[in-house]
Design a protein around this ligand. Structure first.
Ligand SMILES: O=c1nc[nH]c2c1ncn2[C@H]1C[C@H](O)[C@@H](COP(=O)(O)OP(=O)(O)OP(=O)(O)O)O1
Ligand SMILES: [Mg+2]
Length: 201
């Protein structure tokens, strides 16, 4: 990595699962990372209706708070049988008065597919929008999509979020049944990250 300004990157996230994935993706580039969560930064409200809009909110907040280069990730799953829901509201579907409950979110997703009488396979796409924001305000955007299908009941104990109900195309195991290295070689986040790495090279 010749880009000195990126020796340390603040990942603008409070999601530990995402952070672990980024740490593994960044290590081969010689880039260390910390996160908004680890630094105790406030979690900004994600008020936009697009992935890029919400990624920018997180990037600008972490940048203003630290003055360091920042990488923000806004992601989610779009389900064909639900006209693209939950989409940018993927995290909101897991929100309860006591914090996030992804079993509840996955159960709702499957129940709504059943109620809609959606045909199988129940196609869905994980999306990841990354914004790399430098201290001078320069910004680059990278996007990655992983197409696949949803299964019920959820399978696997690894990963995070909706991983146990998503099987990426070309595979027969869910993200939650894959070792971190395996998910990180094919995921929506990895696909967006590949573009970022190429832009830095
Ligand atoms: O690889 C993934 N495997 C499973 N689920 C995932 C993944 N990637 C995103 N997701 C789900 C979790 C979250 O409900 C939503 C993202 O919402 P999103 O606002 O971008 O993230 P977040 O609130 O968990 O953390 P933060 O905003 O602090 O980065 O999509
Ligand atoms: Mg969020």
């Amino acid at each position: 990595m010749t880009d000195k300004v990126l020796e340390t990157l603040v990942i603008a996230t409070h999601n530990r699962g995402k952070l672990e994935e980024f740490a593994a993706l960044l290590a081969p580039l010689g880039i260390r990372c910390t996160s908004a969560g680890e630094l105790g930064l406030a979690e900004p409200e994600e008020t936009e209706s697009s992935f890029v809009g919400n990624a920018r909110i997180k990037a600008v907040a972490a940048s203003a708070a630290t003055g360091l280069p920042v990488l923000a990730d806004d992601s989610g799953i779009t389900v064909d049988g639900l006209d693209g829901a939950p989409g940018v509201y993927t995290a909101d579907w897991a929100t309860t008065p006591n914090g996030r409950d992804f079993m509840q979110a996955m159960t709702r997703t499957w129940r709504e597919l059943e109620e809609a009488g959606a045909p199988e396979p129940r196609l869905a796409q994980f999306h990841c929008t990354l914004i790399l924001r430098r201290p001078d305000g320069q910004e680059q955007i990278f996007e990655g999509v992983a197409p696949g299908r949803l299964v019920w009941p959820p399978r696997g104990e690894l990963g995070h979020g909706y991983d146990p109900m998503f099987i990426p195309d070309g595979h027969d195991r869910t993200y939650a049944e894959m070792a971190p290295e395996e998910k990180n070689a094919i995921s929506h986040r990895a696909r967006a990250f590949e573009k970022l790495a190429a832009a830095l090279a």
